[in-house]
Design a protein around this ligand. Sequence first.
Ligand SMILES: [Zn+2]
Ligand SMILES: [Zn+2]
Length: 445
Amino acid sequence: MPNISRDACLFEGLDSPEREDARRVGALYDLIPQGLGEGHCESLVSYLRRLAFAHGVSVDDLVIKVLSSYSSVDFAIWRHFSTWSRRSSINIYTPQRTVPLRDALLQATGVQSLGLLSFATLEGVIDLSRMSSAIERYCPMCDDSVPFDQVSHPMLWDLKMVSCCPVHAVRLVPNTCGKDISEHRSRWCRIHLPGVCVKCGALAYRCNRQPQLPATSTEMWIARQSAALIAAISGGERFSANSLREGIVSMASVVGGGYPFRAASQCGINKARLHDWIHGVRPIGYSPLLALVAAAGVDLLDVMRGAFEPKEVIGFRYSSCPRRKQTQASDELRQKIQTALDDPDCPSVTAVSALLGCDRSTLKKLYPLECSQLVVKWQSKRSSDTRKRRAEAFSEMSAIAETLRSAGKEITVRNVWIQSGVLAGKGSRYEAALRVERDKGREDL
Ligand SMILES: [Zn+2]
Ligand SMILES: [Zn+2]
């Protein structure tokens, strides 16, 4: 149960004896992660959001003000963590982010099972890079069927390979807000709870009524295999790279009819890569592993455990990432950069390189002069834009101040906000304008 005395020292000075005491026992509530040992086990960021809600603080405050003291990593550089767009990669595994967040949470809450809320225990066993989905998705039926206090975001939905819910057999949908931008909440009033739309605050993403599409049998197979793997990981099971390697050799032999390397063409994977996986040069990726498992007609979890029996062959083939476009001729590239230089919108080097489909550093190496000209133009455009915005802020503020003065009200941040909805807080471009107007009011007195 939550302990009030622990809560009281949340934001106090770091060196106070109470704080030290709290650090030993774990200062935060010891919330138990949901769905441990199940396919729908919740993710690390889902846990973090629920923990912040339980303490009545924002996710940003919890991470920056409390968790920072439990880690050598400066969490302040993760500003706007709660709106960070790549949180699914934390939930799967990113060494620089998953590990510090997990360790800090573990120390702050004292809940040991937090270590099981990601794919971290599979590091070195399979290749964990590029496993997470680029966009956040959810099952439209899961949130409706779960009681409010048990809503969480499962790790399963963040796996790129998984495209449907294994329980409801419907496709996952991206949780983009369906409401008009005028109905969005300001950044500081957003609620960060699993199942709640960050943009408009709609419960169970009701703002987003996309059609429910049935999943195909292959999609369901992938979702079920992945859910079984997550159930094993979150249940505390450990796997060894060696037994998986042996499993790959056996599967490839089955698929290739006794010739392991023939499996490569059957599953759509690269032969050289298969050689590497068989000889333990590098760990196998999740997608080609599933392709091998499907072709051999076995269960992924059995393969990971090192013992499997053939069941039913699934028609799933691996398809590699699309190759980059062919490099363009240098004259053609120079011509395009010249066009970008003449563009009145002054695009940045990054924008130009994205447009040309080549890397930013390559572009800088090949055309240093043109790139430096692009940078100069872009910077001057930006600073003129900033000047323009600042001037607009000053004129807007003077109009607001005029209205407030005529109403006999004082010019304060609060009154300005109530009057016009402009937040002239610290660091905003209205801050200086407000100060000027306030000083003007004092001079008049
Ligand atoms: Zn579902
Ligand atoms: Zn919404």
